[in-house]
Design a protein. Structure first.
Length: 238
């Protein structure tokens, strides 16, 4: 499988605090790769660095064979990187449809954008029902669907998601993960940060465990699911 994303020796600091201390990570075409770890381990910092939302201190980020280490965030979106952020970050006073169309700001051609909009309504039928409703009036699950659909409006080559299950009811979480698995079967590469390690490992091909800004374990999702250290720390098994 061809390399979509390559992270090599990535270091990132906030003031005097080192959030990442030499991360190595890969995502290949057709993969779901998950990052698991405790709060403060560096998972969100890793996604922010890849997205260009925070400058890196050292190391490199390559995307589709291009060096993106110092490219602006907007350039990375144009190249095909999309982030569905923690907290959703929707525009509460704009309609569902307007939020979705804003996700396509890098694209040209109204017909192609309209087609993608219809695809999002097919993937998330609830958004079609709410298309003219203010985004801030949606339920938490609907807002998460909107955040995912908005990221997909850019037609990314790599979809990154930060804690998509946070604060949602179990049935909604299962629906979202089912959709992620479907997107992957349709060819979407996915990098997933997720507090629910069991679900994340269930749909992923490979996984990395982050602790204090370092990758301490990596391997196939199946291997990590069976690792006693992962079971005890993240899966509630002893």
């Amino acid at each position: 499988m061809s390399l979509i994303l390559g992270i090599d020796d990535l270091h990132l600091s906030y003031g005097g605090i080192q959030a990442l201390r030499g991360i190595h990570l890969e995502v290949r075409a057709g993969e779901i790769v998950c990052l698991i770890g405790a709060n403060g381990a560096g998972k969100t910092s890793c996604l922010r660095a890849i997205s260009g939302l925070h400058p890196v201190h050292r190391g490199s980020i390559s995307f589709l064979g291009r060096d993106c280490t110092h490219r602006e965030a907007a350039e990375r979106v144009r190249l095909g990187l999309a982030l569905c952020p923690e907290g959703r970050m929707i525009l509460a006073q704009q309609s569902v449809e307007d939020n979705l169309k804003l996700g396509a700001w890098t694209r040209h051609g109204s017909r192609a954008i309209e087609q993608t909009l219809q695809e999002m309504f097919e993937l998330f039928p609830r958004l079609l029902e709410r298309r003219h409703q203010l985004a801030g009036t949606l339920s938490g699950g609907e807002q998460q669907m909107l955040a995912m659909a908005r990221a997909l409006m850019a037609k990314p080559r790599l979809l990154m998601l930060d804690e998509p299950s946070l604060g949602l009811a179990p049935l909604i979480v299962q629906d979202i993960f089912t959709k992620l698995a479907w997107l992957n079967k349709e060819g979407m590469a996915i990098l997933l940060v997720e507090q629910n390690a069991h679900l994340a490992l269930e749909i992923s091909h490979r996984a990395y465990v982050l602790e204090n800004g370092l990758v301490t374990l990596s391997g196939s999702a199946q291997e990590l699911s069976g690792d006693p250290r992962v079971q005890e720390a993240y899966l509630g098994r002893t």
